[in-house]
Design a protein around this ligand. Sequence first.
Ligand code: ASP
Length: 325
Amino acid sequence: MRKFVAALAAAAAATLYPFAAGAQTYPERTITVVVPFAAGGPTDTVTRLVAEAMSKDLGQQVIVENVGGAGGTLGAGRVAKAEPDGYTLLLHHIGMATSATLYRKLAYDTLNAFEYVGLVTEVPMTIVGRKDLEPTDLKGLVEYAKANKDSITVANAGIGAASHLCGMLFMSGIKTPLVTVPYKGTGPAMTDLLGGQVDIMCDQTTNTTKQIKGGTIKAYAVTSPERLDVLPDVPTTTEGGLPEVQVGIWHAIYAPKGTPAEITERLSKSLQVALKDQNVAARFAELGTKPSPEADATPAALKAKLEGEIGRWKPIIEAAGQYAD
Ligand code: ASP
C-alpha cells in the first residue's frame, strides 16, 4: 500500500510538474532554432552567429532550421505548435509584431502562443538596387521608379517581412505603387538582385553590407537617422529626401508557450553570454549592427517590446487597410 501511495504521489508530481526534472538537467540534446526565412538571408546570418555562441555556453549543439514563407508566419506557426521543452525555439524579427495585424487569420495567437527569451539585435535597413540600374542616388531612384512604375520590380520576403514593410514605406513616400516580387527570404532575393532578375530591394544591412562594399549592388540610402560607421558613404533616407522611410528591424528569440520558466531563463542567460562573445560582436559590427544590451536580452524586456510594437503597428496597418488575407 505504501508503495502504491508513493507511486501515486510520484505520478501526481509528474503530472503537476511535467518538466521539472527536464528543466534541471536542460539541455541534454541538440536545440533547434527555427528561422522563419530562407537560408543565406539576414535573419539566418544573425541566428547562426548567435546559435554558435550559445552552443558553446550551453554545452549542446544549437542548430538552425529554415522554415520560410508567408512573411515569417509559417516558421512562427511551426514553433507555436512545437513541444514546449526548450528544444525548439524561434528567432524572428519585427514581423512577429506586424503580422499580428497584417494577417487576420493567423494560425497562432501572437501574444499567447510563445514564451520570451530576449532581444538579440536591432538592424538598420538599406535601399539597394542591381548594379547596373541607371539612377545613382535616391532622388534619381525616386524619379526612375515613378517613370517606370509598371516595370521596376521590388523584391521582398513576403507580406509582413521587414523588406515588405520598408518597401511599403518607400512606395507610400513616393506615392506610387510598384510591382513587388515575394521570396521566402531575402537570401534568395539577393541572389536574384545580383543576377539582375529584380531591380531594387530594401533589406537589413546584415544582408547588404558585404555586397555594397564589394560594389556588386548599388546602395541608395540607409534607413537610420544617422549614417552608419560601416557604410559612411551611403546617405540616409532623410538626406535623400524620404525621411518617412525610417525603420530599424529588431530580432528576438521565443519558445513555445508552456516552456518552463527555468528553461527560458537559462536560455536568456545563454543569449546574454552569446551577445558578449567577441566573434558575435565583431561580426555584428562588420554587418552594420550591434548586440542588444544585456538588460534587453531578457524575457521581460522582450514581452514589453512585442506588446509595444503590436500596439504601435496596429493603427498604422489598419489605417492603410492593407491586409495579407
Ligand atoms: N530580411 C528579410 C525580411 O525582409 C527576412 C530574411 O530573409 O531574413 O524580413
